[in-house]
Design a protein around this ligand. Structure first.
Ligand SMILES: [Zn+2]
Ligand SMILES: [Zn+2]
Length: 237
């Protein structure tokens, strides 16, 4: 199946999906609505159950995982839809580098489906980009997911509450233990969030270092409960 997808996945076709009756971006089949067909949706790499309630990493018994026990994150729980594997990795790359608004909306729907309607946060904050990176890219991919999500959940999108004040080296170029050091003090938050329950939205969770640093900034402003909401997370071997 995945070799077939690799051959047929055409990121360029995603834009054209805004027009009805277009082929599935993953397999090319017709006769569906949305970006990809039901069969491809069913075959997407969803995160296995049970999961660690804090970081959403799959693990036996659904207990707090060893990583979270050793280094408890500053966020309280994580909602993650997919495992960061093909074709989700390619779809996220395409959102990140090609401003695929339609993809942002679809990811927002997938995340919404994983939330508890009776247990929603008070506000939604997208992972901020450093101004220089925002200038280069022209948009923040986390905001492309967070904005439609906040709207559909009827929660305020606080997209100016937090700022990335340090343009840190790309996390992907660093070994894992270096990543949390790299992120220290990377964010500032000026808004008073006293007593608020906050959802931080990002595309991918790898080590959680960025989300942890953002959670730190938000907590210092009085947030009492912090959720990390991500489209996908990497799974350790
Ligand atoms: Zn398909
Ligand atoms: Zn964990």
């Amino acid at each position: 199946m995945s070799i077939f997808w690799q051959k047929t996945l055409n990121i360029g076709t995603i834009i054209r999906q805004l027009v009805p009756a277009q082929p599935c971006v993953l397999c090319g089949s017709m006769g569906h609505s949305g970006l990809w067909c039901k069969a491809c949706d069913a075959a997407m790499p969803r995160l296995a159950l049970p999961r660690c309630p804090v970081c959403a990493h799959p693990g036996p018994g659904g207990e707090v995982c060893g990583q979270c026990l050793k280094n408890p994150p500053l966020f309280d729980r994580t909602i993650a839809v997919f495992s960061y594997q093909f074709p989700v990795d390619r779809l996220i790359q395409s959102l990140k580098y090609h401003e695929q608004l339609a993809l942002g909306r679809v990811f927002a729907e997938k995340l919404k489906a994983c939330t508890e309607p009776n247990d929603l946060p008070d506000c939604v904050i997208p992972m901020p980009l450093h101004p220089s990176r925002l200038k280069n890219r022209g948009f923040n991919q986390a905001r492309l997911i967070a904005a439609p999500l906040a709207k559909s959940l009827h929660r305020p999108l606080l997209d100016h509450a937090c700022h990335r004040v340090r343009d840190t080296p790309s996390q992907t170029s660093l070994p894992w233990p270096e990543r949390s050091k790299n992120m220290r003090g990377a964010f500032s938050c000026e808004m008073d969030l006293s007593g608020m329950r906050v959802a931080l939205v990002d595309d991918v969770l790898t080590t959680g270092a960025s989300l942890n640093a953002l959670a730190d900034a938000v907590k210092k402003q009085g947030a009492i409960e912090i959720d990390a909401w991500v489209v996908a997370r990497t799974v350790r071997d």
